[in-house]
Design a protein around this ligand. Structure first.
Ligand SMILES: Cc1cc2nc3c(=O)[nH]c(=O)nc-3n(C[C@H](O)[C@H](O)[C@H](O)COP(=O)(O)OP(=O)(O)OC[C@H]3O[C@@H](n4cnc5c(N)ncnc54)[C@H](O)[C@@H]3O)c2cc1C
Length: 526
């Protein structure tokens, strides 16, 4: 099959790219290995309960609503209020003033560290002011083209000036979260409570920016996956073609031909790779490349393959024989909750490293004892779709997703020892117990059914290296663009006429940068 432009990967990055191209009248084929699009933004239903398999909601970031508008997608966007909770203190985030209420919560929990709390909150406040520029206004990438450039120029120039000033401040806050916190606070529990649900060594501006983003989450009616579905339908309606259940397994970049797992060939003039970057460089043959391109290709391949993805996630999906009111009386439908103010300390860092170092001697019960402590002191993301969209569960019942960051390497070692199924069941019970003995008392007794997904499930579904949900780990040397100043060049690859988009091409990544890079890659192919 021959196509002018082929997009590989139907996650939000690939969908944004494909939709932008067909919207401009280009002939596009989108290839997706699963039977539906969305990648790490998907929803699914089990016995009448709807769950999000990936991101629990979307950060608007001045991108999602403009995207819906530009492509005239027929979908309603619902509010997605966030609650932050520690032990029995639950704070529903409602605008910027909530930051000051959060200050009171922290001072109440750690009265001996009031000055430290003030310093941390001040730093968060400054970050929020900066983030307002980045995410507070509609991103010009999704502004409709005006007939005359001058009508658009003033808003773009104003945005750019603010943007540059913000970027200058942000680059000064590129320090890893842990190092920054060590410099302004000593109370380890306090530091853990604020940061233990971020990826290790997350740049501090990115971590703090979440306090601004908590006000910016939205939930598409029908679920996060419903928006992806609408985007996929819109690609089809505009003469784009989508091939599902098709996995690209080899690329000959010299002759611009790809092959899928059953041997079908696809010839492209331009290609956007919106899947895993390690996979791109692994499955591409360098045969026929001229000397200069070969050098670039090998250098880039080496840099990409040497690095790892950030932490993955373990998720428990459960249906409860409890009405939504039971949960709404406690908190909103999207909660970041820590059952114990003590925090993880070194459980997920040094202790985990030691556990992995002496893995061959670790007995199953020792692993479970570590997991018990990991669950007792961790921070959980809890999502209750029916509290945002009443159609997400049967009447009088509630579906819940409980998740926490989890290590891919540990999951792999557990699999190799043949403990995987038992481990999954045990960890599932521990997650349920952690919230049943704290924020939602008695939940355990009301579970109708439950199941879980591990880092391994994420790797299996979307082919994301190390089960990563947001691209590169911050602990190693990041092999892609990390400066917003250079975002436009992030989509380039070392292959002729091949661009890349999504969570692997720019760091730090997530939904917003996947959309932005999808859009930029499409512009390069237009
Ligand atoms: C539990 C969870 C919570 C999250 N929370 C947030 C959040 O709060 N905020 C935020 O910004 N982000 C969040 N994220 C991250 C966000 O969902 C992802 O970073 C984003 O969706 C990545 O989009 P993508 O298109 O780059 O990649 P993916 O979603 O991974 O899409 C890649 C697509 O390519 C397909 N593919 C891969 N290889 C091939 C191949 N060889 N051939 C054909 N198809 C292929 C895959 O099947 C997949 O559909 C979360 C993720 C998870 C899992």
């Amino acid at each position: 099959m021959k196509k002018d432009i082929i997009v590989v990967g139907g996650g939000i990055a690939g969908l944004t790219a494909a939709l932008s191209l067909v919207h401009n009248g280009r002939d596009v084929l989108l290839i997706e290995k699963n039977d539906s699009c969305g990648g790490l933004m998907n929803s699914f239903e089990r016995d009448g309960f709807r769950f999000e398999g990936g991101a629990r909601a979307l950060v608007n970031a001045g991108l999602v609503e403009p995207l819906i508008k530009e492509f005239a997608l027929d979908i309603d966007i619902l509010p997605n209020p966030i609650t932050l909770g520690i032990e029995d203190r639950l704070l529903k985030i409602d605008g910027e003033q909530s930051l000051y209420l959060y200050t009171d919560v922290l001072k109440g929990l750690y009265p001996e560290s009031k000055d430290e709390v003030d310093r941390i909150i001040q730093a968060i406040h400054e970050t929020i002011e900066n983030m307002k520029v980045l995410y507070g206004v509609d991103n010009p990438l999704f502004k409709k083209k005006k007939k005359h450039i001058l009508t658009q120029a003033p808003s773009v120039v104003a945005w750019m000036l603010k943007f540059l000033r913000t970027m200058y401040r942000i680059t000064k806050m590129d320090t890893p979260f842990e190092d920054y916190m060590d410099a302004i606070a000593a109370n380890q529990s306090l530091k853990d409570i604020i940061g233990q649900h971020f990826f290790r060594k997350t740049p501090v501006f990115f971590a703090f920016s979440y306090f601004a983003l908590y006000n910016d989450y939205v939930y598409p009616k029908g679920g996060v996956g419903a928006l992806m579905q609408k985007m996929a339908e819109a690609v089809g309606k505009r003469r784009g073609e989508i091939r599902y259940n098709t996995e690209i397994v080899s690329i000959d970049a010299h002759i611009k031909v790809m092959k899928d797992s059953v041997g079908n060939e696809y010839q492209y003039k331009k290609m956007i790779w919106a899947g895993d970057l390690k996979a791109l460089y692994t499955i591409t043959s360098d045969a026929g490349m001229v000397k200069q391109s070969l050098g670039q290709f090998r250098t880039q391949k080496q840099a990409v393959l040497a690095q790892k993805g950030a932490e993955s996630v373990f998720s428990v999906f459960l249906a409860a024989d409890l009405p939504p009111k039971f949960f709404s009386e406690k908190a909103s439908g999207h909660v970041f909750y820590t059952p114990d103010r003590q925090g993880l300390g070194t459980i997920h860092t040094t202790e985990l490293r030691v556990l992995l170092q002496r893995w061959d001697t670790v007995q199953r019960e020792e692993l479970y004892a570590w997991l018990e402590r990991f669950c007792r002191y961790n921070t959980f993301e809890i999502s209750i779709p029916v509290l945002r969209d009443p159609d997400a569960a049967p009447p009088g019942k509630t579906g819940i997703i409980i998740s926490a960051l989890f290590d891919y390497e540990l999951t792999n070692r557990i699999r190799a020892r043949g403990w995987y199924e038992d481990f999954k069941k045990r960890l599932e019970e521990m997650f349920i117990m952690a919230v049943s003995s704290s924020i939602y008392p008695g939940l355990k007794e009301k579970v109708l059914f439950s199941f879980s997904a591990s880092p391994w499930s994420i790797y299996g579904r979307v082919g994301s290296s190390e089960g990563s949900i947001v691209g590169w780990s911050f602990e190693g040397k990041i092999p892609v663009v990390t400066s917003m100043f250079k975002m436009a060049s992030s989509v380039k690859t070392a292959l002729p006429d091949v661009y890349a988009a999504g969570k692997w091409v720019y760091s730090p990544a997530g939904g917003p940068t996947a959309i932005m890079t999808g859009r930029i890659a499409a512009k390069k192919c237009n």
